[in-house]
Design a protein around this ligand. Sequence first.
Ligand code: 5FX
Length: 532
Amino acid sequence: MADEKNLFLGLDSSTQGLKCTIIDEALNTVYEKAINFDRDLPQFGTRGGAHAQADGLTVTAPALMWVAALDLLLDRVRADGAPLARVRAISGSGQQHGSVWLNGEAAGKLRNLQADQSLEAQLADIFSIADSPIWMDSSTTAQCEALEQALGGPQAVADLTGSRAYERFTGNQIAKIYRNQPEAYAATARIALVSSFIPSLLIGGFAPIDASDGSGMNLMDIRTKTWAPAALDATAPDLATRLGPIVASHACVGMLAPWFRQRYGFAGDVQVIAFSGDNPNSLAGLRLQDPGDVAISLGTSDTVFGFLAEAKPSASEGHIFANPVDPDAYMAMLCYKNGSLTREFMRDQSAGGSWKQYAQHLEATPVGNGGCIGFYIRDPEITPPILNTGIWRFDAGGAAVTQFDPAQDCRAVYEGQFLSMRLHGRNVGFKPRRILATGGASVDMSLIRVMCDVLGAPVFVAEKADSASLGAAYRALHGWRCAQAGTFVPYAGILRDATPFKQVATPDADAHAVYTTMLERYAELEMKVVIQ
Ligand code: 5FX
């Protein structure tokens, strides 16, 4: 009786678009739909879903765009006749760190949604700040320094919150807004993350932040999963009431508001499970449960992450987050800003805009690029911290050169990205025995080849390259099962029927040896670029 199956919906509000994935209890994907902010909502004038300001550091996105995106996506889903009436629970994913600033009117407006009007029409005035700071922002160095000073240095901040102070982390963004726009801060009733804002629309009230995405704020005690008073005090006054509670990632945060039933035909008893960040959701979607599993997500940002039993935060590299599928565990992560946009830049500049030609360039160049190494910093980089943008190229002798030929440039971009992951991943303790690749670029087999040989582990891919949206649907099912059981149930239990990942590459020992020889040179050159 296929028609009676329970369904679970995952929503992914990412940097560039909004996507939904519906699965059944056996984890089969039964429906998917996506919209792209730039293309489908051109009235907001974004590029890559964001507005980059002239200072080269400040990056925002219009909060109302995320509301309009939900209207548009659900309209299209309804037009497709998707089986929304059988959805039992919804969870979701949001780009990490972005904050949504809600004013004193917001709670009332969310509570009283009228079915004859869109969300956008009813919620246009609920923001105390229209342009949300997002993860690509790197304008808060002064606030990061102040936080580290107040708490006793970078390691002290890392020990408390899981990461040293980072520019994009929400607490430092809040400190900047409190300083530069005190009236807007005063007019704010709730500061949500993107991952707590979207479920707020769904339940018609303020949804709490989950512990996993809350870890990306420099405000939460990574061990107790409660707000850290010292971090709040160093950030802005009366912050705890503006942030609201933190809940476990599997918690039900409320029931779907009547507006969604009236307008789109959802059932009357749909649970909304806490949303989380895109990287935590990818961890859920890639079913990471073993410390030898390392995931690489290749998207607007590239991230490398793995499952951890214990938190050992470091001031020099990476982040520790609460684990989104196991309240007693953690995840470690490295984040790179120069991901897909940098690869696309090189495709357009040196491969005539064609991935096919890019792949031919890789075939025409030797593993190790004859010793040529490049750093392509199109946006201020997070790992390692490089605030000045530019391109740095070095020949086999280590001398700086102004040009490579196009094929060398193409290879240098891919090799550099994975050499960096190998170097910095080693520093955070990743020992990959299996790599799970996801994100748009994971369909590029020439890139997977370089990844596999540089890191020296077999690479697996999921059937679908968008693990955040899928992970959100898995978490909807997981949260629903936990609610039914009245207690936490292990995540592994819901994964039993999942289709195994497909192995797509095995490392070539000779190629891996070439990269092992290159690694220390890469590290030395990277240091030169960092301190230039
Ligand atoms: C993680 O810390 C990041 O900043 C990015 O990967 C964003 O989550 C992208 F949405």
